[in-house]
Design a protein around this ligand. Structure first.
Ligand code: FUB
Length: 572
């Protein structure tokens, strides 16, 4: 979602079946007054930490009661895009683990000056909140008329309390241009001067707010020195340095960047990316110190699989000795091991983690069509009647499976995947992440086609693992039959073969796929040495038809310049 220039986004419909919320204390309906009836306590130490509704654009503040409050926007399911965002909730915590959902505070239908809802839009986008003179001011971007994307105003709701009883003021923030911007941010400096920022598209503006908090004090000025500004401005101060963080324009995967200044209105010095792209195409963050630790709040699409339904997350934030923000290590809930924690050795593909859709796995299609194993999960698990192998199959691009296992010693590990591409997919690739970080070089591994039971062994070599638990995420690019993987301590480093000859399927009915490292001549001969095929191949994937030869073992020889490669196949 880019700011003002964004067009309406088309809906996508991923299943929501896997969302889980652990409500530790449910509504206390008997003894507490109405306002507490609406709040729900829940406990979450892992991302995303709000899981019962979709939330985005978190603005976090610590108020005088010693609690940290988060004011996010609310993506409404089923997804329609950012025009279906409404009904802001407020969350608070005293320990970053136990949270209270204070319930809804403001909705589009209550905005007295808002765009007519009959036109369908509920553009309640990224908000912020500020405290001043005993009152909480909640600022939210909302259009006042059609067309929505050139009539943004900043609404204000006021309350004596941080998380309830807000009343929307009859007029939006005064002094802003007619065609305004999105994503308000209010920062109060140590000298009590209040600053207002907002921006979308490519421009960010800042200026002073009057002490009444509802009116600009003078003109806004464009913030200078920001590199690739998109939206989501957020200002904070640390060690006398002002930080302005924002989302950039990286296509399909915005990043969070930041700039610093010795003045709240710049000029700014761009310092780089501090939060890499997440699974959401948009990004939006806030930074706050709480109980001696700095935190960054942001959103991902991990829970829904679509950037139109986002979920707020929080991670620790650190600075280096030059006051630069270190790249945030994004953490997420990957589910729990399905069985007792597995150690090195074989892990069956069907024993992916527990936790469901969006946590332990992502499956593009609802339902476990074979209904043979883990019936409550939507991952497709089949069993070969003939060979009694249970395997995960019908995999697809953009799906993943998480496996948590433990290794007893730090060191280098090799992982053998027992796997095969499914019919008509001679070349499926996969890549892996360990604890959220992609493996490198080569990042993608090729799965050859294999006819059951002849699954191939694809080795992922040289993975460095510390002692203890690790979560491996398996991302296929297409349909495979995935039987198991075997984790073993390396006795030596495997130098990845720069050049390999792949001939598959093996055994074959006669048509083989030939993946040659470079162009050359190929000869296929039987055990007696009698040649059954000879020809020229190039360095791409190609097929060779030797159907019609007698069944038996054949040697495949490839000569490319000075190098020769050999392989053996069995013709059925
Ligand atoms: O959530 C709607 C819009 O998407 C926000 O206002 C932007 O910051 C982006 O996250």
């Amino acid at each position: 979602m880019s700011g003002k220039s964004r067009s309406n986004l088309l809906p996508q419909t991923p299943p929501l079946g896997g969302r889980r919320v652990k409500l530790l204390v449910m509504k206390k309906i008997f003894v507490l007054p109405l306002i507490i009836l609406l709040s729900v306590q829940f406990s979450f130490a892992q991302n995303p930490f709000v899981r019962d509704i979709y939330t985005a654009d978190p603005s976090a503040h610590v108020w005088a009661d010693g609690r940290l409050y988060v004011y996010p926007s609310h993506d409404i399911a089923p997804p329609r895009g950012c025009d279906l965002m409404d009904k802001y909730h407020v969350y608070s915590t005293g320990d970053m683990v136990n949270w209270t959902d204070h319930g809804q505070i403001v909705e589009a239908s209550q905005v007295p000056w808002g765009q007519p809802l009959a036109n369908g839009g509920k553009f309640m986008w990224a908000p912020d909140c500020a405290y001043r003179n005993g009152k909480y001011y909640f600022y939210f971007p909302h259009p006042d008329k059609d067309p929505w994307n050139s009539n943004w105003k900043i609404g204000i709701a006021v309350s004596d309390k941080p998380a309830s009883d807000f009343t929307i003021l009859p007029e939006p923030l005064k002094g802003l241009p007619e065609s305004g911007e999105i994503d308000p941010c209010v920062f109060i400096d140590d000298d009590d001067q209040v600053y207002f920022y907002y921006g979308g598209g490519s421009r960010c503006f800042g200026g002073k707010l009057k002490d009444n908090m509802i009116e600009l004090d003078g003109e806004l000025q464009q913030m200078t020195g920001l590199y690739d500004f998109h939206e989501g401005a957020w200002v904070f101060k640390r060690n006398g340095i002002y930080y302005l963080t924002y989302a950039d324009n990286k296509s399909g995967a915005n990043q969070l960047r930041y700039a610093t200044s010795n003045s709240p209105l710049g000029p700014w010095l761009h310092r780089g990316v501090y939060l890499n792209s997440t699974t959401s195409d948009t990004s939006h963050g806030s930074v706050v110190e709480y109980k001696g630790q700095w935190w960054v709040f942001y959103h991902t699409a991990d829970l829904s699989g679509t950037g139109l339904l986002r979920s707020i997350c929080v991670d620790s934030l650190f600075f280096d000795e030059n006051d630069a923000i270190k790249t945030v290590v994004q953490t997420k809930d990957a589910g729990k091991p399905y069985r007792d924690i597995q150690r090195e050795g074989a892990v069956e593909a069907e024993d992916f983690n527990e936790g469901g859709q969006g946590i332990a796995y992502w499956d593009n299609t609802e339902g476990n069509q074979y209904r043979k194993y883990r019936l409550g999960e939507s991952v497709d698990i089949d069993q070969s009647r003939r060979w009694e192998t249970i395997y995960v199959t019908d995999t697809d691009n953009k799906e993943y499976l998480n496996y948590t296992f433990e290794v007893s010693e730090p060191g280098t590990y090799h992982i053998d995947f027992i796997i095969g591409a499914v019919n008509n997919n001679p070349e499926v690739k996969f890549y892996l992440e360990f604890d959220g970080t992609k493996t490198s070089n080569p990042r993608r591994y090729t799965v050859p086609f294999a006819e059951m039971p002849g699954l191939a062994t694809v080795t992922v070599p040289n993975i460095q693992l510390n002692r203890g638990k690790h979560t491996m995420t398996f991302y296929p690019s297409g349909n495979v039959r995935f039987d198991k993987f075997v984790v073993s301590k390396a006795t030596g480093i495997i130098t990845p073969a720069v050049k390999r000859l792949h001939v598959y399927p093996n055994p074959t009915n006669g048509v083989i796929y030939f993946e040659s490292p470079s162009a050359g001549s190929v000869n296929i001969a039987g055990l007696s040495g009698r040649r059954v095929y000879s020809g020229i191949v190039d360095d791409s994937l190609q097929s060779i038809d030797i159907s019609g030869v007698a069944s038996g073992i054949y040697f495949v020889a490839l000569q490319t310049g000075a190098e020769s490669f050999r392989s053996k196949i069995f013709v059925k």
